[in-house]
Design a protein around this ligand. Structure first.
Ligand code: GDP
Ligand code: MG
Length: 325
């Protein structure tokens, strides 16, 4: 059996060792590397794509829009290149403090990467939401690739849809390619296109690492994912999860986590009748966590009301969201 402690390709909470470079090899002649921002409207499949590209579930996904909050990096290393994907929240017009932070983060991501991968939903025609993003992208020097996702679910008259996206790409001379993040179809061609757009560069991370986020962060995300999936529309996105204690035993990993909500009513929904909902959330999240660490997990969840956390920049950063000035 695998020992989750030594083989798990995640950073430990002490990231310094790895980032100091001791385990990063010298890149061979002609090796390419760079940072690729995955941007697009909510729900087009950005997180699904990142997970499929790195071959492991690191970003949470759901049919509910706005699942991804923080900037999360996924790392794919091949013999010829290292691609570091930056998963951004879906871009939309901001309504509150969290919304503003999300759009700001996306803008910063666009300008600070080597390539932008603009993902669109190939099952629907290009629309206003895409144009808002095109607007953001025309102001950047960064090369852009348009990725038409969900090819597996395109209707028979898909040509009409593809054409609407070709028209989006044409004025800026963006290359475009079609794929399915769900089935993996077309992703090799996408990878090649991305590598073609990268310059020579070093290994930024050890070749076997799939994300820059500590395991704790991913664990919190796995809990948040189950809350979004199981409570659906009832609990909006006013949920944050902190992992308070991780105790590793040779036989079992004991995890204590707190779910922070904004209102008493949401607390009620998350806990559910007789604690039923919280139990469901816990057991589904526990299963995902066991896959992540390849070992047994004991999970205990608490629910806490923190009024208006989304309005507060301080709270946002305490919950681990990157708040840019
Ligand atoms: P994000 O908000 O852009 O990160 O989107 P997610 O990755 O969370 O995906 C949103 C929804 O679209 C989820 O229900 C995914 O399963 C679904 N999805 C993502 N990629 C594909 C795809 O290639 N084909 C199909 N049919 N569904 C997809
Ligand atoms: Mg996402």
């Amino acid at each position: 059996m695998e020992d989750g402690n030594t083989t798990t390709p995640f950073l430990d909470s002490d990231q310094d060792d790895i980032l100091n470079g001791s385990s990063i090899p010298q890149a061979p002649e002609g090796f390419k590397s760079g940072f690729i921002a995955i941007i697009g409207r909510p729900n087009v499949g950005k997180s699904t794509l990142m997970n499929q590209l790195v071959g492991q579930k690191i970003a949470i996904t759901s049919p509910v829009a706005q699942t991804t909050r923080n900037r999360l990096r996924g790392i794919l290393t091949t013999p010829e290149a290292q691609m570091i994907f930056v998963d951004t929240p879906g871009i939309h017009k901001p309504h509150h403090q969290l919304g503003k932070v999300l759009v700001q983060n996306a803008q910063i991501a666009i300008d600070s990467v080597d390539v932008v991968l603009f993902v669109v939903d190939g099952t629907v025609e290009s629309g206003g939401g895409d144009r808002f993003i095109v607007e953001l992208l025309t102001h950047t020097q960064t090369p852009v690739i348009l990725g038409i996702n969900k090819s597996d679910e395109q209707p028979p008259d898909s040509q009409r849809l593809d054409e609407s996206y070709a028209q989006l790409a044409a004025p800026n001379n963006w290359k475009f390619t079609k794929f399915s993040a769900l089935t993996g179809d077309g992703l090799e061609a996408l990878q090649q296109l991305l590598i073609d757009h990268l310059e020579s560069g070093p290994y930024y991370y050890p070749p076997d690492l799939v994300t820059d986020q500590p395991e704790r962060f991913i664990m919190g995300e796995l809990i948040r994912e189950q809350i979004l999936l199981l409570t659906r529309e009832e609990v909006p996105h006013s949920v944050a999860v902190t992992i308070d204690i991780v105790e590793e035993d040779p036989k079992i990993t004991r995890i204590l986590a707190t779910i922070h909500v904004e209102r008493d009513s949401q607390k009620g929904i998350v806990i559910g009748k007789g604690g039923g909902m919280l139990k469901q959330i816990g057991s589904a999240a526990r299963e995902q966590m066991q896959k992540l660490i390849a070992g047994k997990v004991y999970l205990e969840l608490f629910v806490k009301v923190v009024p208006k956390w989304r309005q507060s920049r301080l709270q946002l950063s305490e919950f681990g969201y990157r708040v840019e000035e």
